[in-house]
Write a protein that binds this ligand. Structure first.
Ligand code: MG
Length: 221
């Protein structure tokens, strides 16, 4: 029955009108914002690997007692904050896939690190991202290809969905070849030499330690 006077249909029409009015109002307010120069301004992001960059990489860390923060990462994060960067952690945690620990354990460690950073140095992280999957070494659900697993860009893209990030002005700091994120050509990557082979990596992005990288960042000021 297509009768405009039918109460339900009338109601729908009213809603349509209401939606149209809402859309018009939204458009108007967007236009006003634009003409006033108020748009959501994108900010760069500092994406930090966790193990080997923020804390010592002791293998598959499960216990909060094993957390050892590199104090040298603090001035790097402060440099980023002074330059109005968001700060994120993006960490592959295939120990979950391998059955060494649970996602709850990962979150527990992340929370403990965040608490220490805040308590000791007044540093906050905007959001922590982790990938629990592994394409071949996983158990059950966790054995899968995932766009979240570095070097795939999934975790960074998730962040870009949630925050107004200028990915082209953003920085990734890691310690493994897999921290060189694919498909984000504008992203600058720096690797700190730790326990992993960086053979074949462009020497210009490799730093002996945190301090050397900090010097490089400060020089660019
Ligand atoms: Mg690492």
């Amino acid at each position: 029955m297509q009768n405009k006077d039918h109460p339900q249909i009338k109601n729908q029409n009213q809603n349509q009108d209401k939606n149209q009015t809402q859309n018009q109002t939204q458009n108007q307010s967007e236009n006003i914002k634009k003409s006033a120069g108020i748009t959501r301004i994108k900010r760069p992001g500092l994406f930090l690997d966790r193990d080997g960059v923020i804390i010592k990489d002791v293998g598959y860390i499960k216990d909060v007692q094993q957390i050892e923060i590199y104090p040298e990462i603090i001035p790097i994060i402060k440099w980023a904050r002074n330059h109005d960067f968001f700060v994120f952690v993006v960490t592959n945690q295939a120990g979950v896939a391998r059955g060494y620990f649970s996602e709850e354990d990962v979150v527990k460690i992340n929370n403990a690190i965040e608490e220490i950073l805040d308590h000791r140095w007044g540093i906050t992280i905007d959001k922590w991202y982790y990938c629990p999957f592994h394409p071949t070494k996983g158990i059950g659900y966790y054995k899968q290809e995932s766009n979240l697993r570095k070097p795939r860009p999934g975790m960074l893209l998730e962040a870009a969905k949630e925050f107004t990030i200028d990915l082209e002005k953003s920085i990734m700091i890691g310690d493994k070849k897999s921290d060189i994120i694919l498909e984000l050509p504008g992203l600058r990557t720096f690797l700190i030499k730790q326990n992993y082979s960086l053979d074949g990596v462009d020497k210009n992005i490799v730093y002996e330690n945190h301090q050397q990288l900090l010097h490089h960042l400060l020089k660019g000021d």
